[in-house]
Design a protein around this ligand. Structure first.
Ligand code: BMA
Length: 811
């Protein structure tokens, strides 16, 4: 019998004697998911159910099932139990013998278990021990006090379990547990291919691959075969070798892999086959992209660059930070991740940062990024904490975790950075951590001694960066403007106005953000009528950042009038978030070259909550996400408006020159064009060009009803457009506009034409009872300029289903 896998997923029995639970459940899965499916716990996201549900994890749970083993199977040379993910502390028994205890949800185990199996019926039992009890005890008995994130259950630093499960400033405390990834038996004849390591050498017109299939130890004289298929499906290489030998493959005229907007996402398919004479024992296929990545840190007039270079192209990175997609991980899926990442791509992202307080994503996450051309900045799963690096088993556990996960991601062309942690170095510099000297010692051991050689050994082609943010010197100026990456939280956490974004010139802005509330449809999923006040107990339970509600009100008040009701408050909270982030992004994009990357905090949510996300838990796009599509547009026209001087800048991220035309107009709120100018323009590839410096000083009365409108066109198609106002929206003389519209349909594609007689800001288009994504939304409607938006709906939409509101309707 050749290599094969017997999946142990499917129906298992789950029990917890002390609380009288005994259920038939599905594996992979999780305790909460199983208890919810069996109506033992209520929906943990509804109202304040989180607090009740959390307590279910002070118990231990037993998963068990039986499975059959045949005589033939028992004759196989090796049988392994494969655990792709156990969350987290578990005792694993086979036929009543304890075969392993686990302590790290991020790890993968292959355990040789043949000696424990018998022909006929076998029994596997997995006891999941309470994470809450464990971390409590670990915290009490550990001799040192170490820094931990404020919003999490104390002691989580002692357990290698996703931190966000213990609560974060956007997440509930729901430390689920269980068999969260596949569990199987693997039957091996003679040997198996453990993994494939592939190195790429990029030559002038070819790429040389060095492929080393790691075969499990064996004395047999086995041989290997390599087959390579190019992106068009053509077999371009086949060769044979003995095991323990490297393959060397020269690809002439290579079709390389590029991030979105810089070229194609070409993928080659590489298959390794393991043979015993003419018998095929096993085969493994990996998709690879040909790409050379560099993190360019070169001295320049400001300090040192922080620029990703992919296949020789210096990429301006644009995107956001990704957190786990759910607190109940079994509810995540390839389809949902695809939907989320496609939405990121639609909003002109080319990079996603996987933040360090969550999980190492599924393999499909990286497959999707390879396919969509999204670069991945991968944090290792350490965040806002100092870890007990004097505990040897803990250190050994993280070493294995890093090897397991770096191996999973190393052949993915999208992964361009492995970063040691999130904010741990800045914590030591700024956050008054206890046990300072020891913390520094632990930090150095972890991110400078232990991790770099592992990354170098297992993923030598992927750059490593010790922490986000970090700078040139250790523990010094970690948020420097001139070196490394920056997290800038003066706006938001320190209540600074978002205009302060213009005071900073980061080399790479990897985090900054503003909160907002999700849409009313999302709030309806967890709150009742009586809860619909942001200071109600239920709404506050879905706001995990203490003092954030008053911050939102403060930011809203800086720009908008006091909202007339709850729904209007939700809407203006999203508008202020979008405006603030736009303001920052446009400034950094005007400083192209000095700044080479922007990732706002945060892309998504793990439950329905007030947060910094641009897409909420139910995949509803907030205003920010629509605006991201515009402010991240590869060619952007933006305005740096000041009381006496306005600069108009065109930023071109692309690797080709931009040739087109820009138009500049001064318009009043009734649509009267006070002045107009049209100019043909060329903007060099990968640069920003100031095309106008306007001496514009509007008296207050004029500023109340006048604005600047700019657009840039290529062959008469608008590529980017923008506006500048010279007073906060609350002080503008907005009047109620008549917005006329007409809906047209071709199959399932709808086109909506809109025109208004007076300026309308943040115009929202909704379709009654439907969750749809539009090509544009929350735009400023300029009087007498035709606006065209499109959307897809498989259900019939009538003109009367369209609901339109704008800023003027909120007060
Ligand atoms: C950042 C992140 C998270 C946090 C966010 C908002 O620094 O790294 O820790 O959720 O701020 O406070």
């Amino acid at each position: 019998m050749n290599y094969y896998i017997k999946n142990l997923g499917g129906e298992w029995n789950l029990s917890a004697k002390d609380i009288n639970i005994n259920l038939k459940v599905q594996v992979p899965g999780s305790v909460y998911n199983d208890l919810l499916a069996n109506k033992i716990i209520p929906d943990p996201f509804y109202k304040d159910n989180e607090y009740l549900v959390r307590e279910y994890m002070v118990h231990d749970y037993v998963y068990e099932r039986e499975f059959e083993i045949t005589e033939d199977e028992l004759k196989t040379d090796y049988v392994n139990l494969v655990l792709n993910g156990i969350d987290t502390l578990a005792e694993i028994y086979l036929n009543d013998s304890l075969i392993i205890t686990t302590d790290n949800m991020h790890r993968i185990w292959h355990i040789f278990i043949k000696d424990y199996l018998k022909q006929g019926t076998n029994q596997i039992k997995i006891v999941i021990l309470s994470p809450l009890k464990y971390i409590k005890k670990a915290e009490e008995t550990y001799p040192h006090k170490l820094y931990q994130a404020h919003d999490s259950v104390k002691g989580y630093i002692h357990l290698r379990k996703a931190h966000y499960m213990f609560g974060w400033d956007w997440g509930p405390q729901l430390p689920d547990g269980g068999i969260w990834r596949d569990i199987s038996l693997e039957f091996i004849t003679k040997a198996k291919i453990e993994d494939v390591s592939i190195k790429q050498k990029h030559l002038e017109k070819s790429v040389e691959l060095t492929v080393f299939p790691e075969v499990s130890k064996t004395k047999e004289n086995l041989h290997l075969r390599l087959e390579l298929i190019d992106p068009s499906g053509k077999l371009i290489h086949e060769s044979n070798k003995l095991i323990n030998q490297e393959f060397s493959v020269l690809i002439e005229n290579p079709l390389k892999w590029y991030p979105v907007n810089y070229g194609e996402q070409n993928l080659y398919q590489l298959t390794i086959k393991l043979f015993d004479e003419a018998i095929l024992l096993e085969e493994k296929t990996v998709k690879i992209g040909l790409r050379e990545i560099k993190l360019i840190q070169e001295e320049d007039q400001y300090g040192e660059s922080f620029t990703f270079e992919v296949n020789g192209i210096k990429v301006f990175a644009k995107g956001s930070n990704y957190i786990p997609e759910d607190n109940l991980l079994p509810r995540t899926s390839r389809e949902l991740t695809y939907k989320l990442l496609s939405a990121a791509k639609l909003a002109n992202h080319n990079m996603i940062r996987v933040w360090g307080g969550g999980i190492y994503p599924e393999d499909y996450f990286y497959d999707i990024c390879d396919e969509l051309g999204l670069l991945v900045w991968q944090d290792l799963m350490f965040a806002c904490s100092i870890y007990p690096m004097d505990k040897e088993p803990f250190v050994e556990s993280i070493k294995s975790e890093i090897i397991d996960n770096v191996k999973r991601m190393r052949n993915h062309p999208s992964v361009v950075l492995i970063c040691g942690n999130n904010e741990n170095e800045t914590a030591i510099e700024h956050w008054h951590v206890p046990s300072l000297d020891l913390s520094k010692e632990f930090y150095l051991k972890q991110y400078l001694e232990i991790i770099p050689p592992l990354v170098q050994e297992y993923a030598p082609e992927i750059p490593y960066w010790r922490s986000s943010p970090a700078s040139k010197e250790l523990f010094h100026n970690t948020n420097s403007d001139n070196y490394g990456d920056m997290h800038y939280w003066g706006v938001w956490h320190n209540n600074e106005p978002f205009t302060n974004y213009r005071l900073y010139f980061p080399r790479f802005m990897s985090e900054f953000g503003l909160q907002s509330f999700p849409a009313i449809e999302t709030i309806n999923m967890f709150a009742e009528e009586e809860d619909k006040n942001i200071f109600s107990y239920v709404m506050e339970s879905h706001q995990k950042n203490r003092t954030a509600n008053s911050k939102i009100l403060d930011y809203v008040g800086k720009l908008f009038k006091y909202p007339k009701d709850f729904e209007s408050l939700l809407y203006v909270s999203q508008a202020i978030q979008a405006e603030g982030i736009r303001y920052g992004v446009e400034h950094w994009r005007r400083n192209y070259g000095r700044c080479m990357g922007i990732l706002y905090w945060q892309l998504n949510d793990c439950w329905p909550v007030a947060s910094w996300s641009s897409i909420d838990y139910y995949h509803r796009w907030k205003i920010l996400h629509y605006h991201a599509k515009k402010f991240y547009s590869p060619v952007l026209i933006s305005l740096e408006e000041n009381p006496t001087l306005t600069k108009v800048v065109i930023t071109n991220d692309l690797s080709v020159d931009f040739k087109g035309k820009y138009t500049l107009e001064l318009i009043d709120f009734n649509g009267k064009v006070l002045s107009k100018k049209e100019v043909d323009i060329t903007v060099k590839a990968q640069s920003a060009k100031t095309v106008e410096t306007l001496k514009l000083e509007l008296p207050r009365k004029e500023a109340q009803k006048t604005f600047v409108y700019v657009k840039v066109e290529e062959n008469d198609e608008i590529i980017s457009e923008n506006t500048a106002f010279y007073l906060p929206d609350k002080h503008l003389k907005l009047e109620k506009a008549t917005i006329k519209h007409d809906l047209n349909r071709f199959k399932n594609i709808y086109t909506l034409y809109l025109m208004c007689d007076k300026l309308a800001k943040f115009v929202e288009v909704k379709i009654k009872g439907k969750d749809l994504v539009f090509t544009d939304n929350y735009f400023h409607l300029i009087p007498y300029k035709l606006k065209v938006i499109k959307f897809i709906s498989n259900e019939l939409i009538e003109e009367s289903d369209i609901i339109i509101r704008s800023l003027i309707d909120t007060f």
